[in-house]
Design a protein around this ligand. Structure first.
Ligand code: CTP
Ligand code: MG
Length: 556
């Protein structure tokens, strides 16, 4: 998917970016094969946030002339980027080169007067374009290219995978099809920025930051939008400006605990979103959860949003995941495939419950890659040893320090293929001693489980927490069974792979077909020895082929 076109070039943005990238690629080398310099997480966030602040969202009539539309908007200043998309109507995202253009546009818009409904005059950056003479626009209608924010259908994915040249190619194809597009990322930052405008009505100078899979590089098209209402900057802005003896004193209201403060803040923001938030529907205040949140649907962007506050550690874990995703190009390819595999077999769900979450699966992949020989990813403790004074970060007493400059981390010397890693991943977790061991990416090795939850994955920063506490024994067992079967399917595949032109699912495509996985086992049940014996034999053969498998096979 590409931007529709650039209307005007903006000095200092696109061209400057390209030049900077070019310059730094000559001086720094990173990644096992990709030598492009990587931006720090904070740099990406800052840049995207600044772009979003000079962007507007416009609900357009279906019949619109793109040329006239852009010509009209350019009266308010040059446009650096724009695109259209459909979500119950046609929408345009228009990024101006300067923030002032947004104010200029706002100044010529008016609150509509309606006959049957009443308008609440909240001034936002979400506009509704009404044309005086719609018929004059029709000629160009069909030419408006819309950017697509939906993942491919399973049929299309299956076709693409069948035609791939190798399993490695399949994993990379899946990544390309499912990863967030440039436009989707822009829309996510814009949505946060629009919510920030609303929250600023209560908390001036607050920041609403995206976190989770929208920014950690592991988000699939259609994933939810996790937002963090950051109030910490408010006080800091003022202290930096204060000089001399005169100190501004704020009237604050004290409440008994941090949790109550969080609940009160989210409660009013939830009300605000519900009553005044343009395009915010289905607002639910879930204030008694361990991490209180407001869930709502942002209709115009189509995103399901979870707004939290006082959740800074989650932002830090998003940064850590972003780093891991950028360190080696195999990481994201493997995580996306495992996430799709888990979804295809209903191991994960969009409904909260006792299923494994995508976050837990990502941790499992990272852990597995730390366990390779030589390791593909470094441990968190190692990243901490590389940190300098500026990286130091303590949040609520938890040490969240790690190096943030990706370019200073040495690439891995491991050259395993994605195909081999996928197979080994299933073998590794098909045989993992879940009954006694905990997954720990801080140390990069199994630890004794501190509590009896079926699956224990240590939260990398709040180390007393288990991020997969919700997973029950039967869901874990389902994961183990499917991992074993998938390992087996891949090992069989090596022997008789259909030719790509035969249109038969193979490799990854085979693993993503729920019916195939269960029918393979059903057919085998009929044809061969009892399942228990078959799996036992299978495990023995896998174990004997796995040089570094030293875990307990009874571990479930
Ligand atoms: N998180 C956490 N501990 C948990 C669950 C979540 O620290 N037990 C943090 C992680 O930083 C996670 C973020 O909250 O990335 C958002 O959680 P969630 O939306 O469940 O996961 P995502 O990583 O965003 O994945 P998905 O694509 O499924 O939304
Ligand atoms: Mg999420």
């Amino acid at each position: 998917l590409r931007p529709t076109h650039r209307l005007l070039s903006c000095p200092g943005t696109v061209a400057a970016d390209a030049k900077r990238e070019e310059q730094s690629s000559r001086s720094v080398e990173t990644g096992s094969e990709d030598r492009t310099p990587k931006k720090k997480f904070s740099e990406v966030q800052k840049e995207r946030r600044e772009q979003a602040q000079r962007t507007v969202l416009i609900h357009c009539p279906n019949k619109i002339s793109e040329k006239k539309f852009l010509k009209y908007l350019s009266q308010h200043g040059p446009i650096s980027h724009h695109f259209f998309y459909e979500s119950f109507g046609l929408y345009a995202v228009v990024e101006f080169c300067q923030k002032e253009s947004v104010t200029s546009l706002q100044n010529v818009t008016r609150t509509p007067s309606m006959e049957t409904e009443a308008a609440i005059p909240f001034k936002s950056r979400f506009f509704n374009l009404k044309l005086k003479n719609p018929s004059s626009q029709t000629s160009e209608k069909s030419s408006i290219p819309c950017s697509n924010h939906s993942p491919p259908s399973s049929k299309k994915l299956s076709e693409l995978l069948c035609y791939a040249e190798s399993v490695d190619d399949q994993l990379n194809t899946l990544l390309k099809e499912f990863q967030l597009t440039e436009e989707d990322i822009k829309l996510r930052y814009l949505t946060c920025s629009l919510i920030e405008d609303l929250a600023a009505a209560y908390f001036q100078d607050c920041t609403v930051r995206p976190f989770g899979s929208s920014v950690n590089s592991f988000g699939k098209l259609g994933c939810d939008l996790d937002m963090f209402l950051d109030l910490d900057e408010i006080g800091k802005l003022n202290t930096s400006k204060t000089s001399g003896n005169f100190l501004m004193e704020f009237q604050v209201k004290n409440v008994p605990s941090e949790r109550i403060a969080t609940q009160k803040i989210l409660s009013v923001i939830g009300e605000c979103l519900d009553h005044f938030g343009p395009g915010c529907v289905g607002v639910q205040k879930i204030l008694n959860a361990r991490c209180p949140l407001v869930r709502f649907s942002h209709q115009a962007s189509g995103f399901q949003c979870d707004l939290t506050t006082n959740n800074r550690i989650a932002l830090k874990s998003s940064e850590l995941l972003y780093m891991y995703g950028a360190l080696d190009s195999r990481v994201r390819a493997l995580v996306f495939s495992i996430r799709c595999w888990a979804r295809a077999h209903s191991l994960t769900s969009s409904i909260p419950g006792s299923w494994i979450t995508n976050f837990s699966l990502t941790m499992m992949v990272i852990f597995f890659l730390q366990r390779r020989s030589p390791p593909i990813l470094p441990t968190l403790d190692y990243l901490k040893t590389l940190a300098d004074a500026e990286d130091k970060c303590i949040i609520e007493g938890h040490n969240c320090t790690f190096i943030r400059d990706l370019n200073r981390i040495k690439p891995s010397g491991n050259t395993e293929t994605l195909e081999s890693l996928l197979k080994e991943f299933f073998e590794y977790f098909g045989n993992f001693a879940f009954n006694k061991n905990s997954i720990n990416i801080r140390q990069g090795r199994e630890q004794n489980k501190p509590e009896c939850s079926p699956l224990h994955i240590q939260n990398p920063f709040e180390t007393s927490l288990n991020i997969s506490k919700n997973v029950n024994q039967s869901q874990l067992q389902k994961f183990v069974d499917l991992a074993r079967e998938s390992a087996w399917i891949l090992s069989q595949e090596d022997k008789d792979r259909p030719s790509p032109s035969s249109n038969q699912p193979w490799g990854l495509a085979m693993l993503l077909q729920p019916s195939v996985v269960s029918s393979v086992s059903l057919a085998k049940k009929k044809r061969r020895k009892p399942a228990s014996e078959r799996i036992k034999n299978l495990l023995e053969s896998i174990k004997s082929h796995s040089p570094e498998n030293d875990t307990d096979t009874n571990g479930k």
